[in-house]
Write a protein that binds this ligand. Structure first.
Ligand code: URA
Length: 228
């Protein structure tokens, strides 16, 4: 438990460092497949602790690590990708492979560090052979993402790629139609752009992605100016 807390405080900072007793009280792991009470978690650490052994879909059997997400628990911007890949499954952290390194650069290019945003995925466990997540897997996992959104309460969402946007907006979109402008997700401003992995395959999407993240930065600056 102590190691877990040390790890968490490294990832999240001291802000949400909570004492061992509190985690023990909230943790009812193993009682049922879907842990009762997880949806009432009051912070990200207890949420992670409660859901990280999830066996609600078959990906629980094949994953190496549950990839909860990482970053600031108070982030103004929540970045949502598709699903962990092989590197993420090994390390238990989102976007740490090739696409992840590109995402880090993209964020840095608009003056954001990985530590000040929160990075998560539509599903928390790696689909074998990096296939797209299946409908049933998304249905089981999406409530966890929704709870993360509730706890983080971000001003903006940056949705990366078609799986993220189609899941969040409950519709089949073409990226061309939905990117480049703000759309809304449950009262929050959402910018949709290409997934960094797609960019690695198709460099023609660099420019539109760059335009999209700049729009996000501009809108974020406007919000910051209002509160300062
Ligand atoms: N692609 C994703 O969508 N998420 C990750 O965490 C890594 C690659």
């Amino acid at each position: 438990m102590v190691n877990f807390l040390e790890l968490e405080s490294e990832v999240y900072g001291q802000d949400i460092f909570i004492e061992e007793e509190k985690i023990m009280d909230n943790t009812i792991l193993g009682e049922e497949k879907l842990i009762p009470g997880w949806s009432k978690s009051k912070d990200l650490i207890s949420l992670k602790e409660m859901i990280c052994n999830c066996m609600e879909c078959p990906l629980g059997e094949t994953r190496n690590e549950f990839v909860f997400g990482s970053g600031s628990p108070n982030a103004d911007i929540l970045v949502i990708g598709e699903a962990p890949g092989a590197d993420e499954d090994k390390q238990g952290l989102p976007f740490v492979g090739r696409a992840g390194k590109l995402l880090t650069k993209i964020l840095e290019a608009i003056g954001l560090s990985r530590e000040e945003v929160f990075i998560a995925n539509i599903i928390k466990c790696r689909p074998p052979s990096n296939r797209r997540p299946e409908k049933g897997e998304i249905e089981k996992c999406e409530p966890y993402l929704k709870k993360q959104i509730e706890l983080i309460d971000p001003m903006f969402i940056l949705a990366l790629g078609k799986t993220a946007v189609d899941t969040l907006l409950r519709k089949n979109h073409t990226m061309k139609d939905v990117r480049g402008k703000f759309t809304e997700y449950e009262g929050r401003k959402m910018m949709v752009t290409y997934h960094p992995a797609a960019l690695l395959r198709n460099p023609n999407w660099k420019r539109p992605l760059w335009e999209d993240v700049q729009l996000l930065r501009k809108a974020y600056d406007e919000e910051l100016a209002k509160v300062n």
